[in-house]
Design a binder for this molecule. Structure first.
Ligand SMILES: [Zn+2]
Length: 448
């Protein structure tokens, strides 16, 4: 009996001390803070985290932490968002996103994306034991028979399960009603017919209008895939508020006054996806492949794609397109970035929102390529502070999650990346990752 009392007392003591009230679970002290809102860098700041949220931001050192990280000489940015992701192997890809500080992703459909697959990804993202980003997603693709993405990408496209094939505007209301039962951010609508033969008509305007109208009735938004100015204008005519690619859009501010007027009226948000252009060119640049391989994060077998004749031929063809476009023999990545970033800067200055996304796919790699995306924007002339805002705060706004995510501010979920180098000196420094934190917990990165 005496032994038992002793045991109870010991247990109580252990329980009491381990439960000792710490004001913070984690403190990052004396760090240089880039909070994601676009505000200038603040030096010597301490961040207190409790129950997964930021509960103190102070210029003095903070006492009462269970764990602490000395941030001296380091740089803290919010966890990054990739707003255009596809994955058919999420258990493999999610740790890669986290390894590179991408703590939130937006999945915009795919041939694996049944309701069940979406549910698995969400629950994986909601736990904190295994490294996984927080998952946002659209509905399955709304498209038409024989069009993109079915004719472009092989996969398990099954009408009613991974895709919805529209053939009558009268179906649309029920389909919208069906998909809005799930926690989607919006409806993925593919306006593009597809880049290859057999040539088919684009989705008729009446279908686009109806999807947008029903989306509004059911209190959701449309995320449209367009591949050129004509399709962008069709989306604007319907009043669609989100465009999942910038790719293929080319604004001439003198020529495209009608389109611009419509853009400024609708005020859509855009996702960048510059990485599609770089991804397709990868086989022509062994140095890019070498850099990627050196990361030791991706399967070795994947790199064989860079040497396959069909992919080399396609890369050559893409390069040919750019040579024709710029009317010069040697085209650099900076040329491709510059003419697009120029438009994005001009539109941003007029209040149009841009968020970063990569469109993970051919040499567009989970996590790694979001850093390449940022480098392309810098190459094109955008300031690092603005690029970081596009990959954090703007993205959270697009997901309507800015109350809890997207910046390091009081009360927000503590998703953050501690860097050893200053990303404002050079955006490449976002790759100098020291620690990734999700909901206040230090995340396990991939061991190399
Ligand atoms: Zn995509």
């Amino acid at each position: 009996m005496r032994y038992l009392i002793y045991l109870v007392l010991v247990c109580c003591f252990v329980a009491c001390t381990s439960n000792q009230q710490h004001r913070f679970d984690l403190v990052i002290s004396n760090v240089n803070l880039i909070d994601g809102t676009g505000k200038p860098i603040q030096s010597n700041v301490s961040i207190g985290i409790k129950d997964g949220r930021v509960t103190a931001i102070d210029s003095v050192s903070i006492e009462g932490a269970k764990n602490s990280i000395d941030g001296t000489g380091k740089f803290l940015i919010p966890g990054l968002f990739d707003c255009h992701v596809h994955t058919s192997e999420f258990e493999k890809d999610f740790p890669r996103f986290m390894h590179y500080g991408v703590t939130s992703i937006f999945i915009t459909g795919g041939s694996s994306c049944t309701n069940e697959y979406y549910a698995s990804m969400r629950s994986y993202g909601n736990q904190d034991t295994l490294p996984a980003p927080i998952v946002f997603h659209t509905s399955q693709h709304f498209t038409m028979e024989g069009r993109h993405p079915l004719k472009t990408y092989q996969g398990n496209w099954e009408d009613g399960k991974t895709v919805f094939l529209l053939n009558d505007t009268l179906q649309i209301e029920n389909l919208v009603k069906e998909v809005t039962q799930y926690p989607i951010i919006g409806i993925k609508l593919t306006i593009e017919d597809g880049p290859h033969p057999p040539w088919v008509e684009r989705m008729p305007q009446a279908f686009i209008n109806k999807v947008q109208k029903e989306a509004m009735n059911y209190d959701t938004e449309v995320f449209a895939h367009v591949s050129d100015n004509v399709e962008l204008e069709m989306a604007m005519d319907a009043g669609i508020q989100n465009i999942v690619h910038w790719t293929g859009i080319d604004i001439d501010f003198q020529r495209d006054t009608v389109l611009l007027e419509k853009i400024y009226q609708v005020r859509p948000s855009f996702i960048t996806t510059f990485m599609i252009d770089k991804g397709f060119l990868y086989p022509l640049f062994p140095e890019w492949v070498a850099d990627l391989r050196q990361e030791n994060v991706f399967d070795e077998a994947y790199f064989e794609n860079a040497n396959k004749p069909e992919f080399l031929a396609r890369a050559e063809q893409n390069m040919g397109f750019w040579r024709d476009y710029f009317q010069k023999d040697s085209v650099k990545l900076a040329d491709i970035a510059a003419f697009q970033v120029e438009d994005i800067i001009a539109l941003s200055e007029n209040g149009i929102r841009f968020a970063l996304g990569t469109d993970t796919g051919f040499f567009v790699m989970p996590g790694y390529s979001l850093h390449e995306e940022m480098q392309l924007l810098e190459m094109g002339g955008m300031e690092p502070l603005d690029i970081i805002k596009m990959g954090t705060y703007n993205a959270a706004e697009m997901m309507h999650a800015q109350d809890s995510l997207g910046s390091i501010e009081m009360g927000k979920i503590a998703n953050m990346v501690l860097l050893d180098k200053n990303p404002l000196d050079e955006i490449r420094n976002t790759m100098a990752i020291n620690t990734v934190i999700k909901r206040g917990k230090v995340q396990k990165r991939i061991e190399k």
